[in-house]
Design a protein around this ligand. Sequence first.
Ligand code: GTP
Ligand code: MG
Length: 195
Amino acid sequence: MKVDTAEFIRSAHGSGDYLRDGRPEIAFAGRSNVGKSSLLNRLLGRKSLARTSSTPGRTQAVNYFLVNRRFYFVDLPGYGYAKAGKEARREWAARVEGYFREEPPEAMVLLVDGKVGATPLDVQAYQYLSGLGAAIVVAATKIDQLPRGRWVQAVRGVREVLGLQETIPVIPVSARSGEGIKELWGVLSSRLAAR
Ligand code: GTP
Ligand code: MG
């Protein structure tokens, strides 16, 4: 996909804030610090359109980016960072679940750390997300941290732990090296074309 324009549109903090203008949305979900904002930037070829940080919990709102004036990338706050207190966790759940409930996206990218593999929280998230009816693609992120010879095994592990249906692709990606970005765009483009 050639990205001609990519603009930050808005941050939504709760019910009533979510955008609805008929354009399709692709949402990025995953554990805090797994690399959602970085992957989104890499896909768009913009270094720091979405804020990233080595400190988990950087993205706190639901952030909308309009791509080629045609569809949205939606950057979501990550789930499950250790330091988050009960209150913060409740807020996360309210925000993200509110978004999904009020405005389920056309497609979802679920990010799982390629090196760490899928955690119990990822399994929970996958089960929750797959119940929403959005087409899911799984990205095994930070794959630059694993030697190429272990990618197949890593992908298989993610498939098994999440219990993925065969129709759901798992793509090894790296926002750092650019690995897998073309492949991921391929899947996302066809999902956009299919609607
Ligand atoms: P929250 O907004 O807190 O939910 O995090 P996030 O999922 O948006 O993660 P973010 O993109 O902010 O990246 C978290 C950290 O991981 C940063 O230090 C990034 O530099 C690093 N990171 C992101 N993608 C990659 C990657 O592909 N490879 C490597 N090695 N590091 C990465
Ligand atoms: Mg983020």
